[in-house]
Structures are given as structure tokens and as C-alpha cells.
Write a protein that binds this ligand. Sequence first.
Ligand SMILES: O=C(O)CCC(=O)C(=O)O
Ligand SMILES: [Fe+2]
Length: 340
Amino acid sequence: MGLPKFARLKGVHEELSCNLYVANCGPAVGLTLDCIASAFSAYGTVKGVYPADESGCRVIVSYYDESSAQSALKALDKNPCHDLGGRFLHIRYSVERPPCQVRDPDTVQVSLKASEMNIPGIYLIHDFVSAQEEEQLLAAVDARPWHNLAKRRVQHYGYEFCYDIRNVNTQQKLGDLPSFVECIIEKIPLFRKLHEAADISLDQLTVNEYPAGVGLSPHIDTHSAFEGSIYSLSLSGSCIMEFRASVGDRYMNNSDYSSNYARKAIYLPPRSMLLLSGEGRYAWQHYIPHHKVDMVKDTVIRRGSRRVSFTFRKVRKGPCKCDYPQFCDSQQVKQEIGSY
Ligand SMILES: O=C(O)CCC(=O)C(=O)O
Ligand SMILES: [Fe+2]
């Protein structure tokens, strides 16, 4: 069952409602829904506290009667709330929207399994590495130098990925993949059960470290740079990864879209390995929204202080001859690839 959906009443203080839209309040600012309910229960019996959106810092507090909501609004709007660490709240009345209006064009249902997304070529295996391997992998990269990008840090092995040209210099090999990733590489054949062409001769690794709230812009990994299978292991923190394809493209069915894109999303827990191949690798942009919290099946999941991903690819030595020429730089047609 979905959450009740509410709309903020802009500037309408006199229109009473049992529901309050409360800004500057929520899991992203360190306040659990339970502690918010407890603070607001000083003004009447609280029916429920719900995230108002995916920001993690706006909630709906729902009372059984309007007089409780009115007392809470009078006492707490733009005043410090003692029970919530002296936080200043911004409060409006809110109304429950009828079910036909509930679709927020900015939100997308988050799948737990790749098969729920229904994008050909995308697979996810949970618990691909153990907690002990995760710890060792993090220690190994933390013992090596990081390169700072604007908002995240990276390391490259095998070949350097150059963000300005979105490609690798195939003439300049850095070396073999480091021995500490052997425990990952040896398990890649597990994907053969899901995808017959699981490529095991990977020779390029990019390690990304994202602080909480930092995501990744929409892009398709350059076709001419890498072969058809891209593996990405999530460590330490979780995130959601979204996928989008233009509505005009034939590589999508016509459900699940808002504005000009079909959009899908998947939850990537720590230690899970994602495979992008085929249509999902060549024709869908992937990206990580810049959120501190993710809404996954009505649960608010706070991002950890860091997420570290290991992305394994095989450098392409000739032109790409994929079946998706409109996204293919080797096939010289206008692309839609975006920046990393
Ligand atoms: O962090 C990730 O899981 C994905 C990284 C990625 O898409 C890339 O480096 O191209
Ligand atoms: Fe990518």
C-alpha cells in the first residue's frame, strides 16, 4: 500500500485541516519520524507522520482533529521546537489529494530486483561479496591515492578514464588490475546464469567514492571506450540508480514515464553487483540522484556517509558496432550521452 499523498496549501493559514506540511524537519536533518510524532503529540493525538517528498527534510504530520493541527501550527510555525533540538520549523496546512492526483512527476517507483524494472540487459546480484571482503576492499583503496573531482573522489586501474574526452587512452596502459580485486573477478561468472555473454576479461576499473548526497549525472558510458558489459559493485553505503530513455526512442515501452523520459530506478544495497549490458548499457542513460535519503517502497533510507563503487569494464580496441546507432559515437550519429 502506498503512502497517503498530501499537497501543501500555499499561504493559506486560515483554511483548517488535520494535516500539517512541516519543512526543515525529517530524517535528512537527523529527526526520525517517531521523534517528530512524539514532539507533535504535545498538541493532540498524532495519526501519522509521513515523508512529504524525497528530500528527507519535509514531512506531513497528520492529526485526528483540526484543533490539534491548529494548536501545533500556532505554537511551532517559525518558532524553535524544544523537543526537536530547538529546530525552527516552517508549517502550513496540507490537504490529502484524491488518488487520481497522487502521481508526483518527479518520483519514480524504486525496484528491489532488476527484473522488476524490465530493462533488457540489466541484472543485479545481492551479497556479491561478503562483509569481510567489503572491509578488505575498502581498506585496499583507502591505502591508495585518490584523485579529487568536483564532488567525489576516484581511482583508475588498468587504463585511466579521462572525463574531459569521456574516453580512455588505449595507448597508455597503467598496468593489470590490482590483486585485491581478484575476489570480485573470480565471481563474475555467477552472472552467466543470468546473462550468457557475461564478459570475464575485464581490464579497466574505476573506483568512485561518493559522499552522502552526491550523485552522478545522467550518461551512457561511451560506446567506443568500452565493450558491452559493465559491472558495478556498491560498497559501504547504498543509493538508488535511475535509468532513463527518451519517449521518442523505440527502446522503451510506454509506461513509467514522466515528461520526455521513461524512468526506472533500482535500489543498490552495499555489496550488490549490477551488470549493465545490451539495451540497458547502450540505450538507457544511468545516473544517481543527488539525494541524502532515498524512498524505497515507502521506506526512507538514509544514504551512508560514503558509497564506494568499483566499476569494471573492458576497454574496446575497435569501433563499436552495436544495434543502437543513435547513441553510438562510433557510428557517428548525434548522441545523448551527458557528462559523468
Ligand atoms: O557508481 C556507480 O555505481 C556507477 C559509476 C558509473 O556509472 C560510471 O563510472 O560510469
Ligand atoms: Fe556509467
